[in-house]
Design a binder for this molecule. Structure first.
Ligand code: CP
Ligand code: NVA
Length: 312
């Protein structure tokens, strides 16, 4: 089966047009329906996928390996400390070797340039399972969840509070691409990466989307359709101490009082892992607004769609 995705890398959502993102979501929706009816969907039977994680993970690793199994392919989990890269073998050699055995690589690492280097040296697709800069798989699952709960994207108000890092960046990108109005409520010193700001500036105009940064959480959350929290301490994040970040971000906690300012039908989202008593209260993540486990489930369906499309 040929499609416009075959053989492509999935490194950031900035590489995909809005109609392509919607097509991935539609494919994910179909695969989700099949999975819920336990209908076989072994679209990648006989293929092999290397799965390399240089940072901790629960959702991404398990959802990818489950998705690969449901698609009839075989995954190989590679521990970075067991690879020769840990003894100095260059990425370009590792990439070319994996390319000879496997049909795709799923990788979670630090710098975006690392996934880009793997992609440069590999002929088969490389899929970004989180870098410091972006978390495109999370972005897709967030979109599928928003579409399921809210029916669409245009004009939707999204309030984000949490670290200005990969998840924030991916939400900024999808807001700009699909016409959502995102307000990021964070301390003034926390700024997005210029590569993301530049993309948002040139993209948001044509979609009607908007991304604004503010230190006023109450203003950001007012009438929001989606309230999204994220950790204050990301993996691989900058050097401020944990104590410093807790002090900086404390006024930005999402509480039941914060949720009361949002639209009455607002949903609460979080990529997880979530730290109760920091970025949100237990009452919010366990409360009537919370869709965090539907969101976590959608990781698997959207990743399955990406794998099926780029490996077909
Ligand atoms: N949301 C997310 O990526 O979770 P993990 O770090 O557990 O994979
Ligand atoms: N921003 C967080 C997301 C974890 C899924 C981190 O990078 O640690």
């Amino acid at each position: 089966m040929r499609n416009g995705f075959a053989g492509r890398d999935f490194l950031t959502l900035m590489d995909f047009a809005p109609h392509e993102i919607l097509h991935i979501l539609d494919t994910a929706g179909e695969l989700k329906r099949k999975w819920s009816r336990r209908e076989p969907h072994e679209l990648l039977r006989g293929k092999t996928v290397a799965v390399l994680f240089e940072k901790k993970s629960t959702r991404t690793r398990v959802s990818f390996q489950a998705a690969i199994a449901h698609l009839g392919a075989q995954s190989f989990y590679l521990r970075p400390d067991e690879l020769q890269t840990s003894r100095g073998e260059p990425i370009k050699d590792t990439a070319r070797v994996i390319d000879r055995y496997c049909d795709a690589l799923v990788i979670r690492t630090f710098g975006q340039e690392i996934v880009e280097e793997f992609a440069h040296w590999m002929k088969w697709p490389v899929i970004n399972a989180l870098t410091d800069l972006t978390h495109p798989c999370q972005g897709l699952a967030d979109l599928l969840t928003i579409r399921e709960k809210k029916g669409g994207f245009k004009g939707l108000k999204l309030c984000y509070s949490g670290d200005v890092w990969n998840v924030c960046h991916s939400l900024m990108v999808v807001s700009a691409l699909l016409g959502m109005e995102m307000s990021v409520a964070v301390p003034a010193a926390y700024k997005p990466h210029p590569r993301i700001t530049e993309f948002v500036e040139k993209t948001a105009l044509s979609s009607g989307g908007k991304v604004v940064f503010t230190t006023d959480l109450k203003k950001a959350v007012k009438s929001a359709d989606v309230v999204y929290a994220n950790t204050w301490h990301s993996m691989g994040g900058p050097e401020e101490s944990k104590e410093q970040r807790i002090r900086d971000f404390a006024p930005f906690q999402i509480s039941e009082e914060t949720m009361a300012l949002a639209d009455p039908t607002a949903i609460f989202m979080h990529c997880l892992p979530g730290y109760r008593g920091e970025e949100m209260t237990d009452g919010v993540i366990e409360g009537r607004w919370s869709v965090v486990f539907d969101q976590a489930e959608n990781r698997m369906h959207t990743e399955k769609a990406v794998l099926a499309l780029v490996m077909s």
